[in-house]
Design a protein around this ligand. Structure first.
Ligand SMILES: [Zn+2]
Ligand SMILES: [Zn+2]
Length: 144
């Protein structure tokens, strides 16, 4: 069994061909990817039966989100982007408080590694959703 298969099974996801491909693809990416970009890779280019394949693709994304293996990022561009959630994150939103960075030059959005302290929230407040995006110029664009 591969590492990816194991990772999926650990979250209760049956490792089908499509799911493995999507997860591996997104894990390799250093920045968050839109559904359209992923569709180009997994739906449009591949199978003969596009409709069935599209359904499989969307179901896989939804499942990954439900199982917290991927998360959606709203970076203010009005197009939702997806990134793989760090493997150590086991519980739901609020336990993984990390920021995102959106580069105004290359338009890429990345997950920042540092966690935000939960102490910034007053007592008895509960976080349900997190949407933290810093905007600026990324390392690559700053060099150019
Ligand atoms: Zn950039
Ligand atoms: Zn993230």
């Amino acid at each position: 069994m591969t590492k990816t298969e194991k990772a999926l099974l650990a979250k209760g996801i049956r490792p089908t061909k499509m799911r493995l491909k999507i997860y591996k693809y997104l894990k390799r990416k250093t920045y968050a990817v839109t559904l359209k970009e992923m569709q180009k890779v997994f739906v449009i280019k591949s199978e003969v039966n596009k409709t069935a394949n599209k359904t499989t693709f969307y179901r896989a994304i939804k499942l990954f989100e439900e199982k917290r293996m991927m998360h959606q990022i709203d970076d203010g561009t009005a197009i939702a982007k997806y990134a793989v959630t760090h493997e150590n994150v086991t519980a739901g939103y609020g336990t993984d408080l990390h920021m995102h960075f959106h580069c105004n030059a290359c338009k890429k959005t990345i997950c920042l590694p540092n966690q935000i302290s939960k102490e910034s929230l007053p007592e008895n407040y509960v976080t349900i959703d997190v949407n933290l995006v810093l905007k600026g110029i990324c390392e690559k664009c700053k060099k150019n």
